[in-house]
Design a protein around this ligand. Structure first.
Ligand code: TXA
Ligand code: MG
Length: 328
């Protein structure tokens, strides 16, 4: 596996690799993605194999522009307005697949909807342009594990299963994109992410509805609306203990804010100034770093649930829920 800075030469090679059906990991402003040609079913199958991802969990298709997204998905006026306001950026729209959409069925897990996003990272946009095809890309981690925010995380999780990693340093947001269902009249929040609910509400001028856990994760009949939101996502090896006032002996402490209780084990502060944007950017790398200390448990200090804190707490709750049996 080749790890390289996203120079013009490396981008050209990576684009050719995508066109040849290989997997390329690349930086985005949210987390690293594991990319393949979205029109090549074999290449897409390699993504599922490399991640050990259940094939009922559909992938996001990354494109270079709003027009390119609209060529794949039927975007309503409200969806187009959101795309115009927030793309390129950490927003994913789930809409009906166009009848003439050339994307492999495996990408959309057989659903009649498709998830599209225009990433903001310069290397991601350059890769999409060099490949000349839409790029299907989940986060570049083993399925169920913490998402990667640095090239080294990708290498640790996927190793030789990926032919090339474009190293763009640390991801700016550190949390995945916000996923919105825009198939109907009302915009529905399927996954909390780097764009806050308040931002979406300010743009649409109405409260955003949230998919219920049963809708997101299944449990009723039929397919879950957003199958990736299974409860065992984003888990480190260590147990995760939430809203901890202090850490116990043998634990690692994931701290937040200026006042940290004394602890004789590993301590990592997500943001000493109590800034939620900084905490989000440090969350996954922090979980991985404390996990690597070998601590059996990670105690996490309380993090406010407002703004980006809502998405941070969502990921931490999933990490703490531990490894539930996978469905399917
Ligand atoms: O920030 C991100 O979104 C990153 C970067 C690489 O772009 N990607 C990412 O992909 O987080 P992934 O595969 O880890 O998460 C995609 C989420 C999953 O929860 C999946 O179920 C949902 O999007 N999704 C994809 N297609 C969908 C569809 N047609 N309907 C509903 N949910 C969908
Ligand atoms: Mg993921």
């Amino acid at each position: 596996m080749l790890v390289t800075e996203p120079t013009d030469d490396a981008i050209a090679k990576a684009g050719a690799a995508i066109r040849a059906g290989r997997l390329v990991a690349f930086p985005t402003e949210t987390v690293y993605g594991l990319g393949a040609d979205a029109t090549n079913a074999r290449a897409v199958a390699e993504i599922f194999a490399a991640k050990a991802r259940p094939t009922f969990n559909p992938l996001i298709v990354h494109v270079g522009s709003l027009d390119a997204a609209a060529a794949l998905a039927e975007l309503s006026p409200a969806a187009l307005a959101l795309g115009r306001a927030l793309w390129p950026g950490p927003l994913t729209l789930v809409a009906r697949r166009r009848a003439d959409c050339a994307i492999a069925d495996l990408v959309t897990a057989g659903l009649d909807t498709i998830a599209v996003r225009v990433p903001a990272h310069a290397a991601a946009l350059a890769l999409i342009a060099a490949a000349g095809v839409p790029i299907a890309a989940p986060s570049a981690n083993r399925s169920g594990h913490v998402s990667p925010t640095r090239a080294a995380h990708v290498a640790a999780d996927l190793g030789e299963r990926v032919s090339m990693i474009l190293d763009g340093g640390s991801c700016k947001h550190g949390l995945e994109s916000t996923v919105l269902d825009v198939t109907g009249e009302a915009v529905r929040l399927l996954r909390l992410g780097a764009v806050t609910a308040a931002t979406i509400e300010a743009l649409t001028g109405r409260p955003v509805s949230r998919a219920t856990v049963a809708e997101r994760d299944g449990g009723g009949d039929g397919l879950p609306v957003s199958p990736g939101q299974l409860l065992n996502h984003y888990s480190p090896r260590a147990r995760v203990r939430l809203d901890a006032e202090r850490a116990w002996h043998g634990e690692a402490l994931l701290a937040f804010g200026p006042v940290v209780p004394p602890h004789d084990g590993p301590v990592l502060n997500l943001s000493a100034s109590g800034d939620l944007v900084e905490a989000a950017a440090n969350l996954y790398a922090g979980l991985r770093e404390l996990d690597d200390t070998g601590a059996a448990s990670i105690a996490v200090m309380p993090i406010p649930r407002e703004g980006l804190g809502e998405a941070i707490n969502d990921r931490l709750a999933r990490a703490a829920a531990g490894r539930l049996p996978q469905k399917g």
